[in-house]
Design a protein. Structure first.
Length: 133
């Protein structure tokens, strides 16, 4: 748990500190606007409709940061590496994903402490998904 400020007497979850569902909705939308036109990453998503992927990412992030457990309730344990195993992800794709997520975060203009918390997570998560040379 984190304290948003000295004026906030109770600890809040990161999910709450980020702004809850509306924040994650904006973040994921900003990220997927970039993915839609990316020649490296877009082909990894099957079909024409990115909405299911958007929903899964948003639900996962919300749960990870202390929000509703809808992701696990609907899909079970996240098991991120297993769920991504079917998609060959090399270092270039991982860096592309991370670049898009960083740009999406930039749009959110979070306080530095909260921004750093998310960046640290994404910078560790992206290379952990690499499964191809």
């Amino acid at each position: 748990m984190i304290r948003v400020s000295e004026a906030t007497p109770h600890a809040v979850t990161p999910f709450e500190a980020f702004g809850g569902h509306p924040f994650f909705d904006r973040l994921v939308a900003a990220f997927y606007r970039r993915v839609e036109t990316d020649p490296v990453i877009r082909p990894m998503y099957p079909g024409d409709d990115l909405d299911p992927a958007k929903e899964r990412l948003q639900l996962f992030l919300e749960q990870y940061w202390g929000g509703p457990t809808t992701y696990s309730d609907d899909r079970g344990h996240p098991r991120l590496r297993m769920r991504h195993a079917a998609f060959p992800i090399d270092y270039a794709a991982s860096e592309r994903w991370l670049d898009h997520m960083r740009a999406a975060l930039d749009e959110q203009e979070l306080p530095l402490e909260l921004d750093a918390l998310l960046r640290e997570y994404f910078e560790a998560a992206a290379p952990a998904m690499v499964n191809a040379p």
